[in-house]
Design a protein around this ligand. Structure first.
Ligand code: NDP
Length: 433
């Protein structure tokens, strides 16, 4: 513990995985003999750097940048960058650790990493965001590359930021190395469906869970938290599959729209104006904005937490269960606290952990890397079909593995065990490195 002192989220993520591995180490002593688990918990490399930049008033600002390259047994390091004031080493390490198992579950050749900065993009001008991204890449560029480490977006890092980061990488290296970042724009090396992938993938996964019980999204009442990239496209896919999303949120509060969220209005407010959800309520008569209370008070059949870690606690889980919620799939990383997951387990709520349910984002990033490597570009329909297949295969693998290790129907155990075995076997094969 003293080695990773104060890194609460990292401890939480590691504990959750290790709790699932009992039946695996009982069956496979070779993992313990070669210290695979202890090696997995120690990042291969951690980079922390100063990011100095000049704001619009001419003042020098200093932020801290991170890249934690956690595990490269399966392929080049891969994982997003997060720009949010709460970012510190413990958050980056929890996300990097989760990423190892998630990437393994996709079945694609990618290792695990994560990075970011405590920079707060809120209220910053476009020019400030650009200068910050340029300063961030001025250090990061020496650590990344198509065969080494391939960052992508996460909270606070979307298409605009990836553009500025890629521009600076290209300028410094004098290489148009498309495969160095994913989440690029469609006219400069990006791939169809990447923007939609995490949200769509989460809903594809939840749909498979419903289908395994002979059900579908048709007529389901759904609550989604967040209103960023993952939330927006989760809402879009639920609507396409016949569900009704009645609420979503941001850090200022949440809206309930009993007529169903109007996606055009939501995208205008969030993607174009980069404004708060209160503006959605101003534009749409059927919507009511609430600050203070929790979005999880809104009754629903299906809950999709798509904002941030530990945003749904034990009491909120009990409220959801009391209101008749039957399925929770994590679009965000670790949004449910350990108490919340325990409540879902004891109440028989179907529950999918983020490392399985939100793996569609990184899987489609790996498809973007494939297209960059072959200088090809696939259609939307073809890429979406691949994404759906991948989500179905992750779903089935979680269920089969859970069954094999004596935990039928337990998606948490299935995801942790299946993700672990693949990366552990690769580590054994590569020797003690
Ligand atoms: P965005 O920045 O696009 O959106 C984040 C959303 O969550 C915003 O609505 C934001 O509200 C809200 N939010 C963020 N932090 C907090 C907080 N501390 N309290 C309350 N609300 C908060 O990020 P993404 O949609 O990309 O990411 C959302 C989650 O999904 C994260 O957990 C991320 O790690 C995970 N994820 C993302 C992937 C991707 O492809 N983008 C892939 C896999 C997982 P506000 O704007 O008010 O801050």
């Amino acid at each position: 513990l003293h080695r990773n002192a104060g890194e609460a989220e990292f401890h939480q993520a590691v504990r959750e995985v290790l709790e699932s591995l009992g039946p695996v180490v009982a069956k496979h002593p070779e993992y313990t003999d070669s210290a695979v688990i202890r090696r997995l918990c120690e990042p291969e490399r951690q980079i922390i750097f100063r990011v100095p930049w000049v704001d619009d008033s001419g003042a020098v600002q200093i932020n801290r940048g991170f890249r934690v390259e956690f595990n490269s047994a399966l392929g080049p390091y891969k994982g997003g960058l997060r720009f949010h004031p709460s970012v510190y080493l413990g958050i980056v390490k929890f996300l990097g650790f989760e990423q190892i198992f998630k990437n393994s579950l996709t079945g694609l050749p990618i290792g695990g990493a994560k990075g970011g900065s405590d920079f707060d993009p809120k209220g910053r001008s476009d020019a400030e965001v650009m200068r910050f991204c340029q300063a961030f890449m001025t250090e990061l560029y020496r650590h990344i590359g198509e065969y080494t480490d391939v960052p992508a977006g996460d909270i606070g890092v979307g298409g605009r930021e990836i553009g500025y980061l890629f521009g600076q990488y290209k300028r410094i290296t004098n290489r148009y190395e498309s495969g160095v970042l994913t989440g690029k724009g469609l006219t400069w090396g990006g791939a169809q469906v990447r923007r939609e992938a995490t949200g769509y993938g989460t809903v594809f996964f939840a749909h498979e869970m419903l289908r395994s019980r002979g059900r579908s999204f048709d007529g389901q009442r759904v609550v989604v938290s967040g209103s960023g990239n993952v939330a927006t496209y989760a809402i879009e896919k639920v609507q396409q599959l016949g569900g009704v999303v009645v609420a979503c949120s941001d850090s200022s509060g949440y809206i309930v729209d009993e007529k169903g969220i109007d996606l055009e209005v939501l995208k205008e407010v969030k993607e174009v104006r980069r404004a708060r959800l209160t503006e959605y309520a101003d534009l749409r008569e059927s919507a009511v904005f609430s600050d203070g209370a929790s979005v999880w008070d809104v009754p629903c059949d299906v809950a999709l937490p798509c904002a941030t870690q530990n945003e749904l606690d034990g009491a909120e889980a009990r409220t959801l269960v009391g209101n008749g919620c039957e399925l929770v799939a994590e679009g965000a990383n670790m949004p449910c606290t350990p108490l919340a997951t325990a409540v879902f387990a004891e109440s028989g709520v179907m529950f999918a952990p983020g490392k399985a349910a939100n793996a569609g984002g990184v899987a489609t990033s790996a498809l973007e890397m494939q297209q960059n490597a072959s200088r090809d570009s696939w259609t939307f329909a073809h890429t979406e079909e691949r994404l759906e297949e991948i989500m179905r295969s992750i779903h089935d693998r979680c269920l089969e593995t859970a069954e094999e290790y004596g935990k039928p129907g337990d998606y948490v155990a299935g995801a942790n065990i299946a993700g672990f075995i693949q990366v552990a076997d690769a580590m054994l094969a590569l020797g003690v490195i």
